[in-house]
Design a binder for this molecule. Sequence first.
Ligand code: FEO
Ligand code: CA
Ligand code: CA
Ligand code: CA
Length: 657
Amino acid sequence: MGKPLKSVFKKEHRDDVSNPSANPVFSTVAEMFLSRRRFLQMGAVAGAAASFPFLLKPENALAAVSQPSALSKAVSLGFTSIPVSTDDTVRVPEGYIARPFYRWGDATGIKGNLPAFKFDASNTTDEQAAQAGMHHDGMAWFSLPQGEQDPAHGLLAMNHEYIDNGMLFTDGTANWSLEKARKGQNAMGVSIIEVKKSGSDWEVVRPSGFARRITVNTPMQLTGPARQQALMKTAADPQGEQVLGTMQNCANGYTPWGTYLTCEENWSDIFVKKSERNALEKRYGISDSDESYRWSEVDDRFNVDKTPNEPNRFGWVVEIDPYNPNSTPRKHTALGRFKHEGAAVTLAADKRVVTYMGDDQKFEYIYKFVSDNNYNPADREANMQLLSAGTLYVARFNDDGSGEWLPLVFGQNGLDKSKGFDNQGDLLIKTRLAADAVGATKMDRPEWIAVDPHNSGSVYCTLTNNSDRGKEGKAPVDAANPRANNTFGHIMHWHEEGGDPAALRFKWDILVLAGRTDTADEKAKGSMKGAEFGSPDGLSFDHQGVLWIQTDVSSSTINKKAYEGMGNNQMVATIPGTNEYRRFLTGPRGCEITGIAFTPDNRTLFINIQHPGEGGDDITDPANPRAVSNWPDNNPQGRPRASTVVITRADGGIIGS
Ligand code: FEO
Ligand code: CA
Ligand code: CA
Ligand code: CA
């Protein structure tokens, strides 16, 4: 292919294959049809109980820790599905109101430091550190004060996943410098903002003692088995205990003790190594060039030839206490190192903490972590240690609809020195290699995972797409990934044995094959009734058990090619088991819909619009930033800006039903 893909299409490159392992695959065409029959039955039978006999049994209904709420389970959707849209705006159903709120460059609310956004992108590096970052992604709600369920006053913690240097600077990457790289570093990471309902509307509280920006240079502590490992030590941190910053923060999680989890996804795009790359670097996708971020040219930390262990310090889940702006974020190495999409937290029957996580790249895996110790609602300090010690598992989806969680533990299943692992900490730095060795199932790009708040043993995962499935030399179709050249993606469902999230066995099925409803072509056909969609990514339950799905069709494909006529990226809702999907929201041009947080009363919904105006190229032409979109400001001298959107009902009612 000549020129490295990364220099042309970063978004395609980062999802490229870096898993050459020859794991067993299970399927035959007949087995693929077995799975298909199962979900067709599911769609044909009205009601969840008939199609998922394990659902709705009271003994399986644990307390809804992942979405604490007293609201009862919804039995039907209560809004009218809206049409697809190619307009440069956010559309929601009649009776709903959607308003942009905390756009890239808006002041975060840090006391004495409230810089206004400059529409020509001329804000300085220091100003950017006190403003919303770019490319908002995962997000969570935390009521104020801590421990309360106030639906009208709280904190939003949110990720700023990546940057577009063509939008971030008036002159793009001209006159490239460390100062410019630092502005990019300040535009990534996490925002914590205080928000309050004022009448029927919402405002960002400025200034606020909680307001905080966490960036690529914020000091963090390492916890767990990989802390102090040889591969974690650098000249700047000879003990291997402290890391500067977090980056490429994609989806998220939140814990029952009121902390935010931010997940490091495409961090390997930032690092560059010109000399021969070793097997570990190749397995994690470190490449020899980067024309998107260009930090490695001016900041040696990202030049792997000069700082060889720095990449090992990324690819983790980071825990942040949003209630304490002086707290030090912690990277929890016990949860494994990969391209973390999100971290869905729930509690086992015995109150151990269970965290489900996807590794979003073609042919990568689904993981779960089970803590050693139990959650104690009366001891927040002890809970803060729960993610530092436990067991990491990786999923195998058997072709008969059963599945297993395989432990990634040094000394078990052949994971020892003979396979290149020195100890548990070393193994966790090499998580992908350990998962290869135990025979995990290669999936079609695992994105978000959601636990049903009314059935905590019931879990769902978006598999966004995989254009390489079934290609020559790549993994063939299997029962869990049943479509070759999977253009539209699908959503997996599994139910843990006995309804216990800590179980080591499960049963799985496919909730829905995404795709079009207007085609007879099996490869493109969606199995849903109602609103069609493709490339599912964001996935979350609300407090009533409605499942919300957000799409991320890549910006080079939106409303084109196989997606022609399907419009801009969107958000749909379903109640699992009904197979009915309704379209709730359509976004502006060139954006992805992501990030989702409901207030405890389910009457306010916050979502994120990421990268409006992205045209499919790696870097937007700085001379023409409005070529695709000028949302949300429509300022003739402005540029599109990622933004949180606050959504309410005009009558103040519950969202979705
Ligand atoms: Fe950042 Fe896999 O989405
Ligand atoms: Ca995503
Ligand atoms: Ca995605
Ligand atoms: Ca995207």
